[in-house]
Ligand binder design. Structure first.
Ligand SMILES: C[S@@+](CC[C@H](N)C(=O)[O-])C[C@H]1O[C@@H](n2cnc3c(N)ncnc32)[C@H](O)[C@@H]1O
Length: 217
């Protein structure tokens, strides 16, 4: 999630309107509230997706009939709860997290939300961990929300390991407004966009942070 100022590119989406939309369409129950509040409570960065974006992720998974899903970047498990709740009872989410501290917080939040059996939080650097998950594939969806410098690598892995018709979702796709800049991570993010656009049916939804959505051909 970005702060209010970085959402200011839109003429229309004030903080008050974003809050109204989230409250109306994506209210928090106890499980979501605990996970959403956890970063602040545990002194870790509050960089989870917003409530509306989390709800959107779940709705997209339901539309795709997703059963097996990979998330790159767990943090405190907030988006993982949205993703896991969209799965049928036999479905599973593997969520990859580099920080042992974040992974521990996430596991507690997933347990509290009654989702411990449906989500495996796998610790490690995603580029190392993802190949170990391939035995469970092909996957119905991959949600990418971790270090931006590696988005192109995560995108390539997702495209290789999705089923035909599977969904790739990439948050922060406008790279905090710096997508067209000189930083290496901006260049990686542009490769992520361009390779996805060549190989999938894609759109970038102009959510406040940008959400790339691709369907594997
Ligand atoms: C934006 S947060 C994820 C937010 C989460 N998806 C949500 O919305 O609730 C990014 C997370 O990716 C993790 N991360 C950063 N680099 C990583 C890497 N190379 N491999 C796996 N996780 C990484 C960070 O520790 C952080 O917890």
């Amino acid at each position: 999630m970005a702060d209010n100022d970085s959402r200011a590119g839109s003429t229309y989406l004030s903080r008050a309107i974003l809050d109204y939309l989230a409250t109306t369409h994506a209210p928090h129950d106890a499980g979501l509230l605990q996970a959403f509040s956890a970063p602040e409570a545990h002194g870790i960065p509050a960089i989870q997706v917003g409530p509306s974006e989390g709800k959107l992720l779940g709705l997209l998974l339901r539309l795709a009939g997703a059963r097996k899903v990979v998330e790159v970047g767990t943090l405190a498990g907030y988006s993982a709860i949205h993703l896991a709740r969209a799965l049928p009872p036999e479905g599973h989410l593997w969520s990859v997290e580099f920080s042992a501290e974040h992974a521990a917080v996430a596991r507690r939040n997933l347990e509290a939300a009654g989702l411990a059996g449906r989500v495996t939080v796998v610790e490690g650097a995603a580029l190392d961990v993802l190949p170990t998950l391939e035995q469970h594939g092909p996957f119905d969806a991959v949600f990418i929300d971790a270090d931006k410098i590696n988005y192109d690598g995560y995108g390539r892995w997702a495209i290789r390991n999705l089923r035909t018709g599977g969904l790739m979702l990439g948050d922060n796709a406008v790279y905090f407004g710096k997508l067209l800049g000189e930083e290496p991570a901006a260049a990686a993010m542009r490769r992520f966009h361009e390779e996805a656009a060549r190989q999938m049916d894609t759109v970038c939804i102009p959510t406040p942070d940008g959400l790339l959505v691709g369907i594997k051909r």
